[in-house]
Design a protein around this ligand. Sequence first.
Ligand code: ADP
Ligand code: ZN
Length: 222
Amino acid sequence: MIIIMLGAQGTGKGTIAGLISKETNWPQISTGDIFRKNISEKTKLGIEANQYMEKGELVPDEITVPMVIERLNQEDAQQGAILDGFPRNYAQAQKLDEILAKAGKKVDLVINLSTPKEELIERMLTRRVCTNQDCKATYNIKLQPPKKEGICDKCGATLKQREDDSNAEAIHRRLEIYEQQTSPLVKYYEEKGVLRTQTVSTTINRMGKDVAQDIIKDIKNK
Ligand code: ADP
Ligand code: ZN
């Protein structure tokens, strides 16, 4: 089963994808995480991608698409995968449909997360990530703080703020690109009949883990 996580920055795509992945054993394929791992290892891909990421711009499709194809072709993704951060524009969505079709697959479910905009910016500013690239746990110093300040509960490594979360300009640019380029995909997948929209918001006390639980239940009942 191919699942896509759609939704603006700060809606909790990564958290929900991680919970579904743990339950199904399908890998969570986060393009942002793959780029960040490459940046920390100073690979050619990482150095190239970082020029765009630090400004909050999208990494060009010529770099991103082949990277995702290669990841989807790996053995552990053959039963299913949860794409977190891809596709982000129309060209990527079409390319994904094409490559899946060649393998006799398709996008089965698109989880579209919706959160009030004021909450999104707040969540990006209060997000902290584990510096251990094999762990990558995320926390929120207000909503979901670690037991010990600045330290990852899971692996003990230090937590830090993401470069693009600490820069107001990059935050605004990312949200702007989401509106312009990514949000049209809501309609694209709605027309294909695979869209499932879920609200995540503290105002209705519905958090990512609640959404994940509902979705996991549905997947298991299928
Ligand atoms: P966020 O959704 O909070 O921006 P991600 O970790 O998903 O965080 O992405 C971080 C950055 O990585 C993006 O701002 C962009 O530069 C790059 N990136 C991630 N996914 C893609 C993609 N599908 N296409 C182009 N760039 C991407
Ligand atoms: Zn950790």
